[in-house]
Design a binder for this molecule. Structure first.
Ligand code: AMP
Length: 285
């Protein structure tokens, strides 16, 4: 496994790789790696890609300074995990590499409603930071295939838009949510939950599952009310619970006609830790 901290060294290495006509698979992460990241890496490797993983806690996508400060950074155990997984290259840039002085430009990508609903509404500036860092990473790594988790459903839609608008020649593969044994979606932020809260946080998955079960029998208004009532339970506090069109993330006030995929998406505070999750709803019968 190669480890690069400098952009130019990484780029010359990847030039060599591309000369041997290997396809490059890329998994961008913020570290504190868990099985969710592991699944993205395994997919890239299984599909025969030369696999690059970046670890970079991007400051510009944090709208909350305390969240950035508390974000876990266990770099040496992350490197061990990536070595065990058989990753080819790890890119571990510094802030100076990613944001050299004077260069804080953000590509002007028309995000439309993706830029102002759900996560964008509750985390102002977050997706501008995501677009900024992903644009830079994609220009540096130039992957053939980018692997991302649909746990961050809106992020996948935003990055898809970036790829289209900036004409990156890269496929984006969105992969399923990996969960803890009680159903809690794996997240680096779960490390900050107490043992009790981590157990109790199964409530989020249970609520999504109940919504799935009752989907055909109740209206969106009834399903939403039931979900919010259930999630509004100490130490949890729901921020939103909505039904969206899975690809576009457009919020649906009522059940749509036809067979378009619908997902329930939610964000829930547990103390000072913000958790997000989603589930695709059963298709129209
Ligand atoms: P992060 O390190 O949180 O920025 O996540 C890096 C990538 O891993 C993103 O594409 C996430 O969507 C993905 N990811 C995070 N958690 C999970 C999970 N539980 N299951 C699948 N993918 C995940």
């Amino acid at each position: 496994m190669f480890l690069y901290k400098s952009i130019s060294a990484l780029q010359s290495h990847l030039e060599e790789v591309r000369r041997k006509s290997k396809t490059v698979g890329f998994v961008p992460t913020m570290g504190a790696l868990h099985d969710g990241h592991g699944s993205l890496v395994a997919h890239s490797l299984n599909e025969g890609n030369y696999t690059v993983v970046s670890i970079y806690v991007n400051p510009t996508q944090f709208n909350d300074a305390a969240d950035l400060e508390k974000y876990p950074r266990p770099v040496s155990s992350d490197l061990e995990k990536l070595y065990e997984l058989g990753v080819d290259v790890v890119f571990l840039p510094s802030d100076e590499q990613m944001y050299p002085k004077g260069d804080e430009s953000i590509p002007d990508i028309p995000l439309g409603h993706l830029g102002d609903t759900l996560e964008a509404a509750y985390r102002p500036g977050h997706f501008e930071g995501v677009v900024q860092i992903m644009d830079r990473l994609l220009r540096i790594v130039r992957p053939d295939v980018l692997y991302m988790g649909i746990k961050d459903l809106q992020q996948v839609a935003v990055v898809r838009k970036l790829i289209e608008e900036s004409k990156f020649s890269c496929d984006l593969v969105g992969l399923p949510i990996i969960r803890e044994s009680n159903g809690l979606a794996r997240s680096s932020r779960n490390e900050r939950l107490s043992d009790d809260d981590r157990k109790e946080a199964a409530l989020i998955f249970e609520t999504l599952k109940d919504t799935w079960r009752n989907y055909h029998d109740l209206s969106y208004q009834e399903l939403k009310q039931a979900a919010l009532d259930r999630l509004n339970h100490q130490p949890f506090q729901p921020e939103y619970f909505e039904f969206v069109q899975t690809d576009s993330l457009e919020i649906l006030p009522t059940k749509p006609e036809g067979k378009k995929s619908v997902s329930a998406v939610t964000a829930v505070w547990c103390g000072d830790v913000r958790l997000i999750d989603n589930m695709e709803m059963p298709s129209a019968s």
